[in-house]
Write a protein that binds this ligand. Structure first.
Ligand SMILES: Cc1ncc(C[n+]2csc(CCOP(=O)(O)OP(=O)(O)O)c2C)c(N)n1
Length: 343
């Protein structure tokens, strides 16, 4: 039996954070989390109806992490993540319309219908990437460019899964970032599973961030990824530190995904009871409860918020449905392939 890992979460004064963030900001944050959830839930139905094809990896359960990160640092950093990229695309400025049209493979999509759910981009999101750990060298390069151009207020933020931690490119990236003092925040979203493999069966050394950081002489932090406030405080501290020192930092956000690895995964490796227990700490519910406690939202207002998000997503589905397919004649556009030569 793999041993249970004890996580040392950052301690946070939630009451004062609730107060300093205030009602307006927290409502906006909750609205974003609800929109991400609705977009993915409705898309699953679109998938079942055959409107959406290809891979589809839901971020459900993990919403507090990237929502807090973008809220703290603003969308104008360099952002980069895995194929589980729907939330980060929305948070960094992609519209529900263009995301949905991309899911539908339409020409109006975020990547003109060529990327699908795993490859969304914005002006500051360098992409959703399908090769596990393969995007860390890109994030590290983005941090290098920030340092090279002496951009003092900017950082690169790279999300990766627990399943990527043992990958070689991850370690080469951390080594270079530490060696060259690159302003990169590496966030391991530990959702407990790499496809069907439990993290405790895959990684020799845990807690993840503490061990990785020690190996490369860096600072680390462990966050409760289900709790928006814990994430918010952690990202605030990390952002300030990295801007001040230009040293990279490693964060582990402990979380749980509420769906299978992808839409075609029935999740037989995880018991129903385990999943139900995880859902008791749904990040949206936790935030709503905290806001209700501070009299920042009522049940009726929350219902209204959900309805408004659903309407946005339904409109996006209509837009995607009515959009044209890409023209076959454009198939070779935007594709990088060196011209064939004799040599
Ligand atoms: C280099 C590489 N190896 C294997 C795969 C197949 N694969 C796709 S996702 C995945 C699991 C990754 O899990 P994790 O990093 O924890 O991210 P999560 O899916 O949990 O967000 C694997 C092994 C891949 N895409 N790339």
């Amino acid at each position: 039996m793999a041993k249970e890992i004890q996580h040392n979460f950052l301690s946070v004064d939630k009451a004062s954070l609730l107060k300093s963030l205030g009602k307006e900001k927290l409502r906006a944050v909750l609205e974003q989390m609800v929109l991400i959830r609705q977009l993915e839930t409705r898309s699953e139905a679109g998938y079942q109806q055959g409107k959406i094809g290809g891979f589809f990896h839901a971020y459900m359960g993990q919403e507090a992490i990237q929502t807090a990160a973008v809220e703290v640092m603003g969308m104008h950093q360099w952002w980069i993540t895995t194929y589980r990229c729907h939330a980060l695309a929305l948070l960094t400025g992609a519209t529900p319309d263009e995301i949905m049209a991309e899911f539908y493979g339409k020409v109006t999509g975020n990547a003109k219908g060529r990327g699908g759910s795993m490859h969304l981009y914005t002006d500051t999101l360098l992409g959703g990437f399908g090769i596990v750990g393969g995007h860390l060298p890109i994030a590290t390069g983005a941090a290098f460019s920030i340092k090279y151009q002496n951009q003092k207020d900017k950082v690169a933020v790279c999300f990766l899964g627990d399943g990527a931690v043992a990958q070689g490119a991850v370690h080469e990236s951390l080594n270079l970032a530490a060696l060259w003092d690159l302003p990169c925040i590496y966030v391991v979203e530990n959702n407990q599973w790499g496809m069907g493999t439990a993290v405790n069966r895959a990684l020799a050394a845990q807690p993840i961030a503490e061990h990785l950081a020690k190996a490369y002489g860096l600072e680390s932090m462990t966050l409760d990824g289900m709790d928006f406030f814990n994430c918010h405080e952690g990202f605030s501290q990390a952002f300030e530190k990295v801007k001040k020192t230009s040293r990279p930092i490693i964060i582990e956000a402990v979380t749980e995904r509420f769906r299978g690895h992808s839409i075609s995964d029935p999740g037989l490796y995880r018991s129903k009871e385990e999943l139900e227990a995880a859902k008791l700490r749904d990040p949206i519910t936790l935030l709503v409860e905290d806001m209700k406690g501070a009299k920042m939202i009522t049940d009726e207002e929350f219902e209204q918020m959900k309805k408004a998000a659903t309407e946005k997503v339904k409109a996006a589905m209509k837009f995607a449905d009515e959009s044209p397919d890409p023209d076959v004649a454009t198939l070779e556009e935007g594709v990088f392939a060196p011209e064939d030569s004799d040599g």
